[in-house]
Design a protein around this ligand. Structure first.
Ligand code: ADP
Ligand code: MG
Length: 696
């Protein structure tokens, strides 16, 4: 419970001073300027009064209870102050002071020490190296933060790993006259964690949307859990930066090399329903819409405009984001025809034409809001000097105040002259943007969140598997940090019901003759040696061997070519042509394994047409992975081909997810290719590489 932090009844400031450039002074000023509702206690052994507040030599001298202390003194002095705070029964200490974990070993030791001191007294540390917190709730109105953007009440809460980014987000909202609900820039996360703060803001009734800035996820599994819960109640908008800061471990599989550093964040966001943005601007523009507008029930939108071009830009943007231009119902079309000027275009976009006044523009919006085919509206309004624009704005504001469907507005105008038009519309809650691109993107975010809310409850199927036998195979290679012989990988896959091509392991030419009797020609001979990673590139795959003579010849050639590897061989049946796909897995420390799906073959790394999802995979995850690749139409049967067995592909992915979740020691795996036959004819793994981690 973070009430003591975000709703403190009293605040003490250690490091308070009369120097207006000191952090302590600025915080007192911010508390005063924003009319903090509780008592303020400056702490400074050398002053009696700071900014007209009675000042105490130490926290222990304050006669009343203290919920929150802001500390901005030299790092080496923090431990002893925290002892005082602990003894006093302070609940939370915001440590602004830097010089902890971020400066190296010594700082890290100091950081651990301060957390220990706090916990000994049942106190919590926020930071260190943190900017602070804000809560605009009028009953609290706390600005325990050393920044400068004035705080007014609003419904967007902000959590920023970088104080600079947090400040930019606040500033932008302030610039258009919007407030915030709560704010947190939490620094080193030595104790109070980002996940706890997300959880807390998630439970705050007045927070309509959470904007999040993340550089690194300290506890990805915790984030997944908290965010999944919160996004069912309110949207989390995230900006994840520093994409290249985390080191990549050495990888030796397609899956490993395709897994970019940022893929994990994307997979976590996807699974938890967090909406990712790639710029501060786009995130803020979406947050603004979330703060006032309801969530659309479908993708069906209508665009209303009084000028042509910008509406076309909005159409392009919306369509490319997957939104649909609704077909107006006949009743709406008829009523619009009667209401609007004869030059107006009654379709979608609805062009009410430039001469439309409040009666026509507003009337059209009212009719469209009633149309059951339409679930949200984009209004594009250029301010024609020959129209009473303020009357239009009044009418739109009146409609916007009670509309039950989201309305997003673009006003193309000169602010000096028509500033009032913008203000009137904005004050009704309808968000106003300068560009059709921004408005369309903001509406797209609302619609995407609607889709997240409507997601089916994930269905997790548990397939029958021979877990004991699988464990036996894996145990043979535990701690060896190597790729397994393919025969063992195939056996492991079979334990989980994953079909593999009929194949046998061959060591000598004598084996070859005996074993080939068990298989049906044509056959395939492959080299099987750990060092030969890409067998076909090295001439280690002989396909379509029609008879024993060609098989023996291929063997002789391969045995001599790979002599120095002392290889084994794989003999397989040659499968009929099919669509080749890749499936893969990569373990993650502290999180479920990551599964991959894409079109297979030698160009996987070049095309990068793959999808990642975190295990365990639900039926929806598996279907989503398959249908999200760009090459999906190929699986659906492009250019006269029959569709592939997509159901079996999904089932195989789920079985693979089950195998990797049961055995987190499976470090990397590539199944490339998996042959996907026609619908109803199943799938078959043709080539597999798997490595067991050397730990555990
Ligand atoms: P590598 O990936 O090491 O080069 P693969 O075993 O994946 O070797 O074989 C390369 C290609 O050969 C496959 O992508 C597939 O097109 C073809 N191939 C391999 N095994 C078979 C098989 N049993 N039946 C039909 N084609 C095969
Ligand atoms: Mg292969």
């Amino acid at each position: 419970m973070l009430d003591g932090l975000f709703k403190p009844r009293s605040v003490a400031i250690v490091g308070a001073s009369n120097n207006p450039l000191s952090i302590g002074h600025i915080i007192i000023q911010n508390l005063v300027d924003h009319d903090f509702k509780g008592p303020i206690y400056p702490i400074n052994p050398k002053s009696k009064v700071i900014k007209s507040f009675k000042t105490y030599p130490s926290v222990g001298d304050v006669p009343d209870e203290i919920d929150l202390v802001n500390i901005s003194i030299k790092n080496s002095l923090v431990p002893s102050v925290l002892e005082d705070c602990g003894k006093k029964g302070v609940k939370f200490a915001i440590v602004h002071t830097a010089g902890f974990k971020e400066v190296g070993e010594e700082g890290l030791a100091l950081e651990k020490q301060i957390v220990e001191i706090a916990h000994k007294h049942g106190m919590r540390i926020y930071g260190p190296n943190s900017q602070g917190i804000q809560n605009s709730d009028p009953s609290v109105s706390v600005y325990a933060n050393f920044t400068f953007v004035p705080m007014t009440p609003g419904s967007i809460s902000i959590i920023a790993q970088s104080g600079g980014v947090g400040e930019t987000l606040k500033l932008e909202l302030h610039r258009i006259g919007m407030g915030i609900r709560m704010y947190s820039s939490f620094g080193n996360e030595a104790d109070v964690s980002m996940n706890e703060i997300i959880d807390y803001f998630g439970q705050d009734e007045e927070t309509k949307a959470i904007m999040l800035h993340i550089e690194t996820l300290k506890d990805p599994a915790g984030f997944l859990e908290v965010a999944s819960r919160v996004t069912k109640k309110k949207p989390i908008l995230a900006l994840k930066t520093g994409k290249t800061s985390e080191g990549v471990a050495a990888v030796a599989s397609h899956t490993g090399s395709l897994l970019e550093q940022d893929t994990l964040s994307d997979a976590i966001f996807e699974k938890s329903g967090v909406m990712r943005f790639h710029s501060q601007q786009e995130m803020i523009e979406a947050a603004i819409a979330f703060s006032t507008q309801p969530i659309p029930k479908s993708e069906n939108i209508v665009i209303v405009t009084n000028t042509g071009g910008p509406a076309i830009i909005a159409v392009d943007e919306c369509i490319s984001s997957g939104l649909k231009l609704a077909k107006l119902s006949p009743d709406t079309a008829k009523a619009l025809g009667e209401l609007l000027f004869s030059e107006a275009i009654v379709s979608n976009p609805v062009d009410v034409i430039a001469t439309a006044g409040a009666k026509e523009y507003g009337g059209a919006v009212e009719l469209l809001l009633k149309d059951p085919n339409i679930d949200s509206l984009i209004l594009n309004f250029v301010t024609p000097p020959f129209v009473d624009c303020e009357a239009v704005a009044h009418k739109l504001a009146e409609i916007g105040a009670t509309a039950e469907k989201p309305i997003i507005c673009i006003v193309l105008t000169i602010e000096e002259k028509f500033g009032k038009v913008i203000r009137l519309i904005r004050e009704s809650g309808i968000p106003v943007y300068d560009f059709p691109e921004s408005a369309s993107k903001a509406l797209t975010a609302l619609i995407k969140y609607g889709q997240i809310l409507r997601r089916e409850t994930p269905e997790y199927l548990e397939h029958k598997a021979d877990k004991n036998k699988a464990a036996e195979i894996i145990n043979r290679y535990r701690g060896q940090d190597r790729f397994l012989p393919q025969a063992d990988v195939f056996e492991l896959l079979q334990c989980y019901g994953i079909p593999t091509v009929k194949s046998v392991r061959i060591d000598t030419k004598d084996d070859l003759k005996a074993e080939s009797q068990k298989l049906k020609y044509p056959l395939v001979l492959k080299v099987d040696a750990e060092e030969v990673v890409h067998k076909s590139d090295a001439g280690g795959v002989c396909l379509n061997l029609e008879d024993e003579a060609s098989l023996l010849a291929a063997f002789d050639e391969m045995a001599s070519k790979f002599k120095e590897h002392k290889p084994g061989f794989i003999l397989q049946e040659h499968l009929a042509a099919a669509t080749e796909v890749i499936m893969g897995a990569k373990a993650n420390a502290g999180l479920g394994p990551m599964l991959m799906f894409g079109l297979g073959g030698v160009f996987v790394e070049t095309l990068k047409d793959v999808q990642f999802r975190l295990a365990p995979l639900s039926q929806q995850d598996a279907n989503g992975m398959i249908s999200s690749i760009k090459g999906y139409p190929i699986l659906q049967g492009a250019r006269g081909k029959k569709p592939a067995d997509i159901d079996k592909l999904a089932e195989t992915l789920i079985r693979l997810s089950q195998l990797c979740s049961d055995f987190p020691e499976i470090d990397e795996m590539d199944l490339n290719p998996v042959f996907a036959f026609e619908e109803g004819k199943g799938v078959s793994v043709v080539d597999a590489r798997l490595k067991v981690a050397n730990t555990g």
